[in-house]
Design a binder for this molecule. Sequence first.
Ligand code: ADP
Ligand code: MG
Length: 231
Amino acid sequence: MSEAGVRFRNVTRLFGTTRALGTVSFDIPLGQNTALLGPSGCGKSTALRLLAGLDAPDEGEVSVGDIRLSDPGRILVPPHRRQLAMVFQDLALWPEMTVLDNIVLGLASSGLLTREERQGRAVQTLALCKIGSLQRRRPNELSGGQQQRVALARAIAVRPKFLLLDEPFSGLDLPLKISLLEDIGALARNEGMSVILVTHEPLEALSLCSRAVVLESGAVIEHGAWSEIFK
Ligand code: ADP
Ligand code: MG
């Protein structure tokens, strides 16, 4: 496994009496796109939130490379220091702001760039996501697919090592979804990002990812490259 990969070791997350994840262990290597695949309620979003640093496990360890990100009940590295970015199911765009300002403000919270650099990076990233012409619109003036590209642009503008996608493409028809996933695959290759895609649709997972962690009722039932999973 790559040195800098994600590692879950014996991770448990309970919500009251619900075992969202039960003693789960898996690795996600850097440099390969990986799907977290399984039916609704199996624990995919819980796992992604633990990785993003929005939540801490009850038991076990989450780490990237040599760096421990969280311990039981404790977030050791906060989300903005994890070199990852996330696109949520509901996109969470800021409705009162233009597309451009959505991206610029996303960058501001990373604290990495000067004001001019943020503006330049935002324009460049919108072009990469093929929505350069929509800069001055507001989210409610966009189609669903365009909104998804804005959310994607906001996430990749910080040039994260890991791009976390929590089923953001439900609601798109299949051809649109496949073309977006192909664009994301090309972006990830060119920018050196590894995608972690949460989905319940094997077709989505297959079109972007070379490997998967398959979850069922809070447990990992398979993980590895597709060839290992289909065996
Ligand atoms: P998935 O993303 O695979 O649909 P989740 O990780 O969201 O599944 O949820 C796994 C289980 O944990 C579900 O039974 C869900 O109802 C429960 N769960 C998740 N988050 C919470 C929460 N904040 N409070 C209570 N139960 C939760
Ligand atoms: Mg979910």
